[in-house]
Design a protein around this ligand. Sequence first.
Ligand code: FAD
Ligand code: AMP
Length: 567
Amino acid sequence: MAVEVKMPQLGLTMEEGTVSKWFKQEGDAVKVGDVLLEITTDKLTSEVTAEAEGVLIQIVAQEGEDIPVKGVLAYIGDSDEKIDKKADSPIQSPTPPPQKPMGETTVAVIGGGPGGYVAAIRAAQLGAKVTLIEKNKLGGTCLNVGCIPTKAILHAAESLTQVQEMEEYGIHVEGTHVDWNKVQKKKTAITEQLVSGVTGLMKANKIQVMEGTASFVSKDTLEIVKNDGTKENATFDKIIIATGSVPAIPPIPGVKENENCVDSTGALSFDTVPQSMIVIGGGVIGMELATAYAKFGTKVTLLEAMPKLLPLMDGELTVQLRKMMEAKGIQILTEAKVQSVEPAAVGAKVNVAFDGRAVAFEAEKVLVAVGRRTDTQALNLDAVGIENDRGRISVNDKMETSVENVYAIGDCLGKVMLAHVASVQGEVAAENALGHNAVYHGETNPSCVYTDPEFAGVGFTEEKAKESGIAYEVGKFPLIANGKSLIMNGGIGSIKFIIGKEYKEVLGVHILGPRATDLIGECALAIGMEATVEDIIATIHAHPTVTEAIREAALATEKKAIHIPNK
Ligand code: FAD
Ligand code: AMP
């Protein structure tokens, strides 16, 4: 039985490689470990060795050919074996389906969040006639009740802390107080400016915006119930679903009835800064809003049912972050499952199962931040056969649903609920809808948490590296040894690299420290470019910056860090 020699995958994002040179010829005897050929990618050159003993009975991929990862390069077998090359070759040139002339292709985008409005713009750039249907406000969750308003409130909170902490730099500020109405006004002004920017972009790209709720009548026809009460049916060549998500309200007894229990949207628009707040859920939203309100003086208690906060972030750095938040006065309980909520004079009483006993906490407000659910109920997905798992739409890496010409992107997939992911998926869907061959790759997706200090990660966490069985190495650098960090936040935080043991490729980077959410961009690029740790080390990082610590953490993987002792 012939054994296939395949194109190896040398990095997380490698899709294909070029056969640069064959060292063995058809008919040559080969032993396990013999170098058969050399391949190149945009980033590296590597040798492919034989994994079986025998005769190189057939070379399928010739020098100069580009072969996809896992594509067959040759066969090793007995000298008398024959292979039908055509039948076994995995290399097929895809023939794109015939497309309508560009200006005639009609595209509907349902939902105007960062997924939908970006998809609409990309489709218009490619020449389609685009209609975007939005039931509420352009900008979706992100601009109106998500990323932007939370960061505006966090910025106000951070500025307050900075003023308070200026004393140690010899700057005395007297009479600081928070005008909460003004905080709210500024937050709203920023949101409105961005939403109006999106409105302008729709006009500039000649995208028709319909204000209403869309649902499927058939695979290519939507019913649009307009906000003015009228109805319209419209047929499109391509439909992109981008309906996003809404807060999930868990079936905890007493939550729905208590007006002091709010979701993230409610917590962005309190009338006054609450004296005390219980946060249910230690995910990104819970941790960010806990950080913001604690800085404004709210007594915050955070309750998380699982043993770990921030389930998807690197565990070791999450533990460090927890300690830092606790040091700032936030009370955090993990393995604390909220059982029920009752009315209380102060606002609400939250009953919790913790450490085998029943405990209770009281506060003026309770933020319920236990996750989000997809907003797909109104779409009529099942009636037209769009495959979904309890409202979470299934797609492939081209963002195609189970129904031809219907695509889905962003939060409505119920997977990675992040604005930048929705936007990139929007570009991929629009391009594929208009005859291109785009693929979504999640490897370079950074996860950012706007706590104090900020926390950001890209690629494999150490837990994920362990789970995948890959041989890896770790390099760490504490920010106390970085001058700029010491100036900015007293040197609190650290940077951690995870690299492949054999090829030294960057598998993951995790940063806990000032401006981590900006710094992670370099690391995402490294993963996208299949960079090795040597590429990071070979890049000169400016002084004094926190980026120097990225290079130091890279050096630490080789026990060559300069500003810490290497163990
Ligand atoms: P959405 O933004 O939810 O937009 C969907 C749109 O579709 C909505 O406007 C909705 O009204 C509309 N719609 C729904 N159904 C229909 C229908 N049938 N017909 C017509 N219109 C419809 N992500 C980050 O990357 N960084 C952050 O810092 C961040 N912070 C966040 C903070 C909070 C408090 C929250 C709640 C979320 C945050 N997110 C953040 C997540 C981010 O907001 C979402 O991932 C992102 O908005 C998803 O984009 P989307 O386009 O898929 O959906
Ligand atoms: P995310 O899905 O990232 O927004 O995180 C929500 C968090 O809420 C998860 O970490 C859940 O474990 C947590 N959670 C869900 N239900 C409860 C509950 N009843 N009590 C405490 N935490 C909860």
